[in-house]
Design a protein around this ligand. Structure first.
Ligand code: DON
Length: 314
């Protein structure tokens, strides 16, 4: 049983959503500013939902690894809060930006302190905080180990081709990092922060792996399989609050309005979402909308949340 509903209902709903998404023509556009992402087929669609008992409902390309991109920022934020605690909030804010994920405008007005940890500038500040504890290779090793342990899956890897591809064309991020450095807001060399950031964005995971890794955020900080607390219930609640308000950049309001769940998108077309106390969810469709969020991914989550009555707003 999930939330009082017999399991076949969730499985049926997930399959029906995948079927409906498979036939849709309005799939958005794949990201092209990272050339390696432009090679991914628009026809892909995957969905995986994991409940607290470890039951998985999945459909479509739920087992196919893709570039998680900004979804990695949820995991780096979790790790950085574990190291720096609330001091992290002296380096990055907690307010929605209302701007695109790679915007530089606000950063100048706010003197190099990014609005939130999910826009690129904020994620660079979080990566910088991790690098203050470890050199880049060890920091990346820690990020990957954390994700593998949370997912219970050692096969999760960094796609070096994607990392190289972004490094070659990541001019905006280079600008953001140098801008922050000029305000004295990065502790480590900008090129090391960027290299580590590009690599954690290039982690490849399937919907199933993301949903498994994110279980702790659906269950008050606890991995429901091992019973191990990854973060406190309070921290999980707060990370979820940030996903709800900032997880889709200038599309966060629309996502909350339509889906009603905390969620984090990635420009690879993935969205990780949390139905608190119920399920950890991942969807993938590489076509994006104008804000850089998966078009069918959001649509699928809207249908799932509606049919399961999972919106946090009742
Ligand atoms: O820094 C970038 O532009 C990418 N590595 C990540 C951006 C991203 O995923 C935005 N999400 N929708």
């Amino acid at each position: 049983m999930i939330s009082g509903l017999p399991l076949p209902d969730l499985r049926t709903i997930v399959s029906e959503i995948a079927e409906e998404m498979r036939d849709r023509k309005d799939r958005g556009e794949v990201a092209t500013y990272i050339p390696e992402l432009a090679r991914v087929g628009l026809e892909n669609f995957g969905i995986a939902v994991v409940d607290g008992d470890g039951t998985i409902a999945e459909a479509g390309d739920s087992d196919k690894p893709f570039s998680i991109q900004s979804i990695s920022k949820v995991f780096t934020l979790t790790l950085a809060l574990g190291k720096a605690g609330d001091l992290l909030w002296t380096r990055v804010g907690r307010e929605p930006s209302g701007n695109p994920f790679n915007s530089i405008v606000q950063l100048e007005l706010e003197k190099g302190v990014p609005r939130n940890p999910f826009i690129n500038a904020g994620a660079l500040a979080v990566t910088d905080a991790l690098l203050s504890c470890h050199p880049p290779r060890a920091a990346l090793g820690e990020i990957l180990s954390f994700i593998r342990a949370a997912a219970g899956d050692e096969s999760i890897f960094i796609d070096e081709n994607v990392a190289e591809s972004e490094k070659r064309t990541g001019f905006r991020n280079v600008a953001l990092a140098n801008f922050m450095k000029s305000f004295g807001k990065l502790e480590n060399p900008a090129d090391l922060v960027l290299g580590t950031y590009f690599h954690h964005c290039s982690i490849a995971m399937s919907c199933r792996q993301i949903a498994m890794a994110g279980r702790y955020l659906a269950h008050s900080g606890r991995n429901p399989e091992t019973g191990f607390n990854i973060v406190s219930a309070r921290r999980a609640r707060r990370i979820n609050a940030l996903m709800l308000t900032c997880g889709h950049y200038d599309g966060s309001g629309e996502f909350a309005y339509r889906v009603g769940l905390p969620g984090k998108s990635g420009v690879g077309g993935g969205i990780f979402a949390v139905a608190p106390g119920r399920a950890s969810i991942a969807v993938w469709s590489p076509g994006l909308d104008a804000a850089g969020n998966s078009r069918l991914g959001r649509m699928a989550l809207e249908k799932l949340a509606q049919r399961m009555k999972w919106s946090i707003f009742g």
